[in-house]
Design a protein around this ligand. Structure first.
Ligand SMILES: *Cc1c(COP(=O)(O)O)cnc(C)c1O
Length: 402
């Protein structure tokens, strides 16, 4: 027989089939074997009936894709290395030179940066629309519009748009609608079936999701997904995904698979605590406005209520406060620095509460009419005890008052 070194590599043993355990296996591969040249030539990966190369899918990534489709009510899924890569994949798959994309003015910042940087450089134009004004979107739809982004709630300021109206406007014009579904996470509302009783089947064409946030739940994984309910649209995304080589790591896929079963419970816990803290903040004189879509005076609250309160429900774990303009930036910074349980850091969805001060003026086309003048601070509520988080805010407010 062969040399022992060779035998170690081409080992005859295969474990018995039929192993079953709670957690799917972690299959790692670049290379995938074929039993024959004929199989090599004929195998198909695009419909997930077989395996050809690690980049095209493994049992681990197929399993995660299927579970995410179930979560969001979609039919096909593409996994990418970050939430931002999910947004970029949608743009790169669907837009070409001469096309225009419409983006809400409160969109995730790096998504706007992509439009202003790479897309503009490739001759793809963009316009920002007011997320709370469907007429503004309608006026900006043109024969060059190929894609409209929707975000509900919007990043940082959390205005909640009238998603069904925005979707209907785009459908009427035959324009694809993509939702950044990171906030809703497939739990607050059903992106492909927004009004299941009143208007079955009304939904977005594409749901992009930063799995980095609630699906991962640990603040330790970067991943994104792009989910569709149309095989042709999925194929366009899948082919661009392959040509760009946007593979994900098997261990990361396993981490998300492990966290998914507890996601609804975590989302609910983040939501309950964030609502309680947001309400408490409303009673504090230092804050001139508290932004949280479930608060009755928050911008777009009625749209949130119509979509989420009677649907699957929920409102994530984020809220923002506007500190009175009588506090200057250094006082607001000192307030953020004084927080002990709320750590300074980007992203959200993990067990640790986070805080970020934002310079809203630099992020928007103009100061939004629905936001009071002042300095904006965004909180992401983790899974700590509510009383401790409230005490932390209270002691930091004492620092603010000096
Ligand atoms: C975090 C986030 C993203 C990007 O996700 P990353 O995995 O950090 O790249 C995209 N959209 C929204 C709304 C986000 O909050």
């Amino acid at each position: 027989m062969a040399h022992r070194t060779t035998e170690l590599i081409h080992h005859a043993y295969t474990p018995p089939a039929g192993f079953e355990a709670p957690q799917p296996g972690v299959f790692k591969a670049s290379t995938v074997f074929f039993p024959s040249v004929a199989a090599m030539r004929s195998r198909e990966w695009k419909d997930k009936t077989a395996y050809t190369y690690g980049l095209h899918g493994t049992p681990t990534t197929y399993a995660l894709e299927e579970r995410l489709c179930t979560l969001e009510g979609g039919a096909q899924c593409v996994l990418v290395p970050s939430g931002l890569a999910a947004l970029a994949l949608v743009a790169l798959s669907l837009l070409k030179s001469g096309d225009e994309v419409l983006i809400p003015d409160n969109a995730y910042g790096p998504s706007k940066a992509l439009a202003e940087g790479e897309l503009r450089g490739w001759g793809i134009t963009h316009q920002y629309y007011d997320p709370l004004d469907p007429q503004d979107l309608e006026a900006k739809l043109s024969s060059r519009t190929r894609l409209v982004w929707v975000e509900a709630a919007g990043s940082v300021t959390l205005e909640f748009p009238d998603v069904p109206t925005l979707v209907r406007l785009c459908k009427r014009r035959g324009v694809l609608v993509a939702l950044d579904n990171t906030w809703g996470a497939g739990l607050a509302f059903a992106p492909f079936d927004l009004l299941p009783d009143a208007e079955p089947g009304l939904g977005v064409d594409i749901s992009a999701h930063a799995l980095t946030k609630y699906p991962s739940g640990g603040g330790d994984v970067l991943m994104g997904s792009v989910i569709t309910r149309d095989a042709g649209l999925h194929l366009r995304l899948k082919l661009t995904h392959m040509r760009l080589g946007l593979g994900i790591g098997a261990n990361d896929a396993e981490a998300v698979l492990r966290a998914l079963p507890s996601m609804a419970l975590r989302y609910r816990a983040h939501d309950v605590a964030a609502r309680a803290l947001a309400q408490w903040c409303q009673s504090r004189p230092e804050f001139v406005q508290v932004l949280h879509p479930a608060l009755s005076d928050s911008p777009g609250h009625t749209h949130w209520k119509a979509l989420c309160e009677n649907g699957p429900g929920g409102a994530a774990g984020l809220f923002s406060v506007v500190l009175s303009a009588r506090y200057d930036q250094s006082q607001v910074d000192a307030f953020c620095d004084a927080l002990r349980l709320f750590r300074l850091g980007y992203s959200w969805g993990g067990p640790i509460s986070l805080v970020v001060p934002y310079d809203l003026a630099s992020m928007r086309s103009g100061w939004p009419a629905c936001i009071q003048q002042g300095t904006l601070v965004r909180f992401s509520v983790g899974l700590e005890a509510l009383e401790d988080l409230q005490a932390d805010l209270a002691q930091a407010l004492q620092v603010l008052r000096g």
